[in-house]
Design a protein around this ligand. Structure first.
Ligand SMILES: CC(C)(COP(=O)(O)OP(=O)(O)OC[C@H]1O[C@@H](n2cnc3c(N)ncnc32)[C@H](O)[C@@H]1OP(=O)(O)O)[C@@H](O)C(=O)NCCC(=O)NCCS
Length: 149
């Protein structure tokens, strides 16, 4: 069965957060619901979801920061991995970003996620010679802090 890709709708939320949990993408300091809220309320961001039949099996979040296009939360239900759907979602994210003028797509892979690194390399991404720095501008939300404790 082919995958149907469309923009996130509010009714996708429970299945989407469950998918991110199942794929090991959630972290105590990032409330996935806050991440969804920010993406859907930003003009230059989207969450694309992939369905096979009535099952949400994949997702990708894309955003244009005015310089580069970025991708987060690429996830495929483990039962549906290895069948080309991850590649397809990345192509859809690339089309979305291209249509908004982004000349380059960048993404971050957590240390140790060798599987994802190999996947990205096999679909044409090259490791960049940069180190990513981060600093919180706002304390992680109370709900996230509670989950972390
Ligand atoms: C990473 C992930 C999205 C890949 O999705 P997928 O649907 O399984 O990947 P695809 O089937 O589209 O694979 C596309 C290509 O990547 C290759 N590939 C995928 N995983 C690979 C691996 N571990 N090693 C080498 N190549 C790999 C495939 O062989 C395929 O190449 P081909 O088309 O030449 O045969 C999926 O494994 C996933 O959801 N992982 C958990 C969440 C995660 O880590 N997300 C990334 C966060 S940065």
């Amino acid at each position: 069965m082919t995958m149907h890709v469309r923009d996130f709708r509010e009714t996708d939320r429970p299945a989407l957060t469950a998918l991110w949990e199942a794929c090991g993408l959630t972290r105590p300091w990032n409330d996935p619901n806050d991440d969804i809220d920010r993406a859907v309320s930003a003009r230059e961001a989207t969450i694309l979801v992939g369905y096979r039949g009535d099952q949400l099996i994949g997702s990708v979040m894309a955003g244009h920061d005015g310089h580069r296009g970025w991708v987060y939360y690429l996830a495929l239900d483990p039962a549906h991995q290895g069948r080309g759907a991850g590649r397809e979602l990345m192509e859809e994210a690339g089309l979305w970003l291209t249509s908004r003028g982004a000349p380059k797509l960048e993404l971050m892979v957590r240390d140790g996620n060798d599987r994802a690194a190999k996947f990205y390399e096999s679909i044409g991404f090259e490791r960049q010679q940069v180190t990513v720095y981060g600093k919180w501008l706002k304390a992680p939300s109370e709900s996230s802090a509670r989950k972390a404790s």
